[in-house]
Design a binder for this molecule. Structure first.
Ligand code: NZQ
Ligand code: ZN
Length: 395
């Protein structure tokens, strides 16, 4: 097992009445004037936003509202949020929404005390010296941003989607009420489960050995998510299954399943170009890429893919044919994606064929103008990225 530091400082407040504690939590972490940040309307329609605002005001807190965050959150709204918070002298940011809202809040929070453009952090030109404290009321389990140190922002100028990670962006608290996820449409539910499973798989596909406990946690998480997504697609108000999924999304990306190993993350990097260019749903984009990535890299460590096939996908182990077993695991994953309404290639994701020029543009962005590689399980050169995109381009 590799040496590691595990740092998951977010106070998780989980359960049916959890949002009742919002004002106390904001005050506990030093807030007095709060930016309430939210998305395109689901929180307003469900009444959650009004409830949260009411609770904050009853608790003696001042509020400033900023909605309009879209999936694949945009830099322009981040700039607007920074200006608003400076003008209003906001001292705490509360997100009511999913990964997109929380990521937008993280960027706003970095940008408020910074003299330059917040995009500098995402370009790797600078690191923030400090940021505003943040908390969230999670409404969709998926990205794991409620416990992660990452934020992914899309700059509309060039459709570039880039992630930036910094420990200081960990949420002070995350309020998670599974009941609030009952209203999620099936596609968002499935894309969310696909994303959290991929956060686990990006770590699981590693060459590090001696990870007995970490592997067992990862496999239990993957199996549980796989079972529970069917339950909630059948009955969106199945509290037990919604609750497993909500907690699963957090532990899939709070680094617990990465202790003692180095993660891969190539599928994520390849996908970010898809959602940056086509505004695709992140989780669906991952499903469109992973089978091609898996077939392309499996020979780097067949036994890892065999283990995945047997322990996660319930494929019988054919000891005489490890490659066949590994392939059956990938095929079983494709069947799973299809069964929950996810695409398994790029045409299914974007509704048309992708051109060679578009593939080349994604390779250029993913390799940062042909200067960086991606992944660890197999280190991907730009030519490998192109090969995977081309495999995924076939319907
Ligand atoms: O905008 P509203 O109207 O709220 O609708 C949202 C949005 O359309 C809807 N929704 C959310 N909660 C709902 C609901 N609809 C009905 N009922 C509810 N309770 O769901 C849609 C998707 O929301 P979004 O926040 O975009 O989803 P998600 O949490 O999947 O976030 C995706 C973003 O996170 C990034 C992705 O790249 C993508 O930009 N990621 C962030 C990570 C991180 N910060 O650690 C890691 C991930 O790998 C990922 O890259
Ligand atoms: Zn993800």
């Amino acid at each position: 097992m590799k040496d590691f530091i595990y740092h998951a400082p977010t106070e998780v407040v989980f359960g049916k009445e959890s949002e009742e504690k919002v004002a106390r939590l904001v005050k506990k972490y030093g807030g007095s004037k709060v930016l309430v940040h939210y998305g395109g309307g689901s929180a307003k329609r469900s009444g959650l936003l009004d409830k949260i605002c009411g609770l904050l005001q009853e608790g003696g807190l001042e509020i400033v509202l900023l909605g309009g965050v879209v999936p694949n959150p945009r830099l322009s709204l981040v700039h607007k949020g920074i200006e608003l918070c400076r003008k209003e002298k906001v001292d705490f940011i509360l997100s009511v929404g999913g990964g997109s809202v929380i990521d937008s809040a993280k960027a706003i929070s970095y940008g408020i005390p910074y003299q330059g453009d917040v995009w500098d952090f995402y370009l790797g030109k600078a690191d923030p010296a400090c940021c505003l404290p943040m908390g969230c009321v999670l409404t969709i389990p998926a990205a794991g941003s409620e416990m992660s140190d990452s934020s992914v922002i899309t700059n509309e100028d060039g459709d570039v989607k880039i992630g930036y990670s910094n420990q200081m962006s960990r949420q002070k608290f995350a309020i998670m009420n599974p009941v609030r996820t009952f209203t999620l449409p099936p596609y968002q539910t499935a894309a969310g489960v696909t994303d959290m499973m991929m956060h686990t798989m990006e770590r699981y596909f590693s060459h590090d050995d001696d990870m007995t406990l970490t592997d067992a946690v990862a496999e239990a998480l993957l199996r549980t998510m796989k079972d529970c997504v069917y339950d909630v697609l059948k009955d969106p108000e199945d509290y037990r299954a919604r609750a497993q999924i909500m907690w699963g999304g957090s532990i899939a990306h709070n680094d617990l399943t990465g202790c003692g190993l180095s993660g891969d993350w190539a599928t994520h990097q390849l996908e970010h170009e898809l959602s940056g260019m086509f505004d695709a749903t992140h989780g669906a984009g991952l499903a469109a890429i992973w089978p091609s990535w898996a077939r392309y890299v499996m020979h780097e460590n067949i036994s890892r893919f065999v283990r995945f096939a047997v322990n996660v996908m319930d494929v019988p182990n054919d000891f005489t044919d490890p490659e066949g077993t590994a392939l059956k695991g990938i095929e079983a994953m494709e069947r799973f994606y299809r069964s929950i309404g996810m695409p398994v290639n790029i045409p299914e994701l974007i509704g048309r064929d992708i051109t060679d020029a578009e593939i080349e543009e994604m390779v250029r962005k993913c390799s940062k103008d042909y200067t960086v590689t991606q992944g660890q399980f197999k280190v991907l050169q730009p030519a490998d990225m192109a090969a995977i995109y081309k495999m995924a381009a076939k319907s």
